[in-house]
Design a protein around this ligand. Structure first.
Ligand code: HEM
Length: 512
């Protein structure tokens, strides 16, 4: 009789584990053939389990936009117009050629109309906002909200912006820390007050109360902590699992806070017959029209709140970081700071020392300084589009499959020495009319492009310029030793942020 060999529990477990490991490795290897089989060059050699874009634990953590920039630089070195990478197992299509970028963002928009952004309408209503949604609902909101951002509307909002900027000056004057002023904190308070006032008629009081609720809520929307990073990861890279688990990006407290504000404001306006020219009013009118026409679909308070929330969230952080990066560069370059202050004073003299909308429009060098800030530090350093139907790249036989996410590397384009020689230098002259004319289209994209271009571009630029004009008129800025030069970028953040903050010394030049 043959002797049966009995396996120990340890041997069984080891065999199962080894078999599983082999299956996983083979599966990974098979997935990693995706781009090669489509004739698209790899961004770099994929590694199990991370793919190509990031190697946690193996490389120093960087912002995902820097990882995408590295992929872009690698492809460009090999003269590739595009490439394929992997985030873990998920293929990501990386664009290099501005012509291809133009096709995706503009010409062939019908193939790339969605932003690959996770949202959960049921459990996290504020996540289902204009930035994240797509299809007919996006189109309806976009069409009805665009009129809020015409230059006429900007002119109407100007006095409110100016009021908030004066509060900022008072806050700096009263600030005991004129040495080492926390510039990010001051500019955040300013842009929160502006969006609260111009967007929703709400006084956010961020300067009077450093823990003001709006400021707290706004910061919470962008704050990263390990559990949140995990949720974002699941939402963006395993959306089916995230859907199944009901993952939320914003907490219940944030949802309740914004829903209550919108409900109370609508009630107040209806009870008191108040009609303001702001974003919330447009949404109220849109809803009233739908009710009047007995339309099948009437936007709910939650849907309206989601739009209010995104205007608030997208509107304050992007402009405040622009303003603070700009002040940092001006502190580093005294000559540019002086030239800009001279322009502000010259233009103000022409406008009877009044800072008006027209005066801001007349400040040409100011425009160049802000444009150069947005080039060097694009607050939204990359954007994405999801392919919604199979797409053949024009003049090729290469197919991009439905479902693939295309990454448009804004930061990489802005730092490409072919388009911007000596990209690490801060040179506002790059944005003179003459230089702008020479530049290849789709190589400067701080606000994105095409039908999903930033809806608040005018608003963002205006509030940045108003803040800058008022601050430079009153103060001289220089670098404080606490600020790291060159600035380091915070790796775990949606937008581009200075890792260790920006601290400047401030000198009151009006009092002198
Ligand atoms: C300096 C300031 C700002 C910058 C750099 C910026 C940048 C961007 C970028 C890059 C996008 C994506 C565009 C694309 O995918 O093609 C975007 C979208 C968006 N931005 Fe801004 N933004 C700024 C200010 C604002 C302001 C002030 C608001 C609102 C008051 C706003 C609201 C939005 C919204 C709602 C979207 C989504 C638009 C859509 O998908 O239809 N942004 N922004």
């Amino acid at each position: 009789m043959p002797v049966l060999y009995t396996l120990t529990v340890f041997e069984v477990l080891t065999s199962v584990f080894t078999a599983l490991l082999i299956i996983i490795i083979l599966y990974y290897k098979w997935c990693f053939t995706y781009w090669k089989s489509r004739n698209i060059p790899p961004t770099r050699k994929p590694k199990i389990p991370f793919g190509t874009l990031i190697y946690p634990f193996l490389e120093t953590p960087v912002h995902i936009a820097i990882a995408i920039k590295n992929a872009y630089d690698n492809l460009k070195k090999r003269s590739c117009k595009h490439g394929g990478g992997f985030l873990f197992l998920t293929p990501k299509y990386v664009l290099v050629d501005p012509g291809y970028i133009k096709n995706i963002l503009q010409k062939d928009f019908e193939y790339f109309s969605e932003r690959a952004f996770y949202y959960n309408e049921k459990d996290d209503p504020i996540s289902a906002n204009l930035f994240a949604i797509s299809g007919e609902k996006w189109r309806t909101f976009r069409t009805h909200l665009s009129p809020a951002f015409t230059s006429g509307k900007m002119k109407m909002m100007f006095s409110n912006m100016l009021k908030c900027s004066n509060e900022m000056v008072n806050a700096v004057l009263k600030n005991e820390n004129k040495k080492a002023l926390d510039v990010i904190d001051i500019t955040e308070s300013f842009t929160i007050d502006v969006i609260g006032s111009c967007g929703f008629g709400i006084d956010c009081n961020s300067f009077k109360n450093s823990n003001a609720e709006f400021k707290e809520q706004g910061k919470k929307a962008f704050r990263m902590y390990p559990f949140r990073i995990l949720k974002i990861f699941l939402g963006f890279y395993c959306p089916k699992i995230a859907d199944f688990l009901g993952v939320t990006l914003f907490g219940r407290e944030s949802n309740n806070f914004f829903i209550k504000i919108v409900k109370d404001t609508i009630k107040f306006r209806e009870d008191n017959n108040v009609n303001r020219q702001d974003l919330l009013q447009l949404l109220i009118e849109l809803r009233n029209q739908q009710i009047l026409k007995s339309q099948e679909k009437v936007f709910t308070i939650k849907e309206i709140t989601a739009q209010v929330f995104i205007f608030f969230a997208a509107g304050f952080e992007t402009s405040s970081t622009t303003l603070s990066f700009c002040l940092y560069e001006l502190a580093l370059h005294e000559d540019i700071q002086n030239k800009l202050r001279d322009e502000i004073n010259t233009v103000l003299n022409v406008h009877n020392r009044h800072l008006t909308y027209e005066a801001i429009m007349d400040m040409k060098y100011m425009g160049q300084v802000v444009d150069e800030t947005l080039r060097k530090y694009p607050p939204v350093p990359y954007i994405s589009r999801r392919c919604v139907k199979d797409y053949i790249i024009p003049n090729t036989v290469i197919k991009i499959d439905k479902g693939i996410e295309a990454l448009i590397p804004i930061m990489a384009l802005h730092h490409d020495s072919e388009y911007y020689p000596e990209p690490e230098k801060f040179i506002p002259e790059r944005f003179s009319d003459e230089e702008k004319q020479k530049r290849l289209p789709f190589t400067y994209l701080p606000f994105g492009e095409g039908p999903r271009l930033c809806i608040g571009k005018r608003f963002g630029l205006l509030q940045t310029k108003v803040g800058l004009a008022v601050l430079l008129k009153h103060f001289k800025f220089s670098l404080h030793g606490k600020t790291k030069v060159p600035l380091q970028i915070e790796p775990f953040s949606f937008t581009l942020l200075a890792k260790s903050g920006i601290f400047l010394d401030v000198e009151d030049i009006i009092a002198k």
